[in-house]
Ligand binder design. Structure first.
Ligand code: PEP
Length: 254
């Protein structure tokens, strides 16, 4: 079975409802072709999920993602949004452990493991983010840094849960900076991630995992990155807010 190729948008904390509607309408007007093994995923702010989900109804292989969910099931956690709430409005995916959440909201490996468990219990698909800061890349210790992120938050899962799982590798120094990892740097890390997963779960599971690259992917560099053998699409911030850019990125999936 061919693993999924995914173009995932991360709108972050941008847009109003009116702007969100306009963006998705513009995007849906641009021809973009999703093959059976390809998906477009829209990671939109909580208040827009329901609306965007409805706009995507009947569109082939097009899904919505929340950008976060609570690590608790329910209860007195003012301001939090639970996985069950997301499931009840038919959300498909949840982005877990984006570097901005790790950094600004102090999300630990253990918290992320809890969030992933809740996603599985609820029937939501996690998109697990990992990636090193610049100082780690400069010290050339990115491989062990990312390995720790994977082992600490994923290795309690079983092989069945990790079959068809989605990981996004996002080097922090490439996020929102206009500076992408080179095609070789991306491929090297993606192969490393796949080999870590193979070491723990075997080659069949590792080969089924979609590993997305994130960090300043644009329409003009997407194809070169996506055609690397271990790159299975991208997680896209800035360029996902421009309909023509994101449509072209979808069309760059291999
Ligand atoms: C992101 O935040 O997931 C991201 C990849 O952002 P950008 O594409 O803007 O670098």
């Amino acid at each position: 079975m061919m693993r999924k190729q995914i173009a995932a948008a991360n709108w972050k904390m941008n847009l109003t409802l009116q702007q969100a509607d306009q963006l998705i309408d513009e995007l849906l007007d641009i021809p973009h072709d999703l093959k059976d093994y390809q998906e477009a995923v829209f990671g939109v702010p909580f208040p827009f999920l329901f609306n965007i989900k409805n706009k995507l109804a009947g569109k082939k292989n097009s899904f919505v993602a929340a950008q976060n969910c609570s690590d608790k099931n329910a209860g007195a956690y003012t301001g939090e949004v639970s996985a069950a709430m997301l499931k009840s409005i038919a959300v498909d995916y949840v982005i877990i452990g984006h570097s901005e959440r790790r950094e600004y909201f102090n999300e630990s490996h253990a918290t992320l493991a809890d969030k992933i468990n809740i996603c599985f219990e609820t029937g939501l698909k996690p998109i697990f983010c990992c990636g090193e800061p610049l100082a780690i890349r400069e010290a050339e210790t990115q491989n062990s840094f990312v390995e720790t992120q994977l082992t600490e938050s994923l290795f309690h899962l079983n092989a069945q849960q990790l079959t068809g799982f989605v990981i996004a590798y996002e080097p922090i120094w490439a996020i929102g900076t206009g500076k992408t990892a080179s095609n070789e740097q991306a491929q090297e890390m993606h192969a490393h991630i796949r080999s870590i997963m193979a070491g723990q779960y075997g080659a069949v599971v590792a080969d089924s995992i979609s590993i997305l690259y994130g960090g300043s992917v644009k329409a003009n560099n997407a194809k070169a990155i996506f055609c690397q053998p271990d790159v299975d699409g991208g997680l896209i911030g800035g360029a996902s807010l421009v309909a023509t850019e994101f449509a072209a990125i979808i069309n760059s999936l291999k």
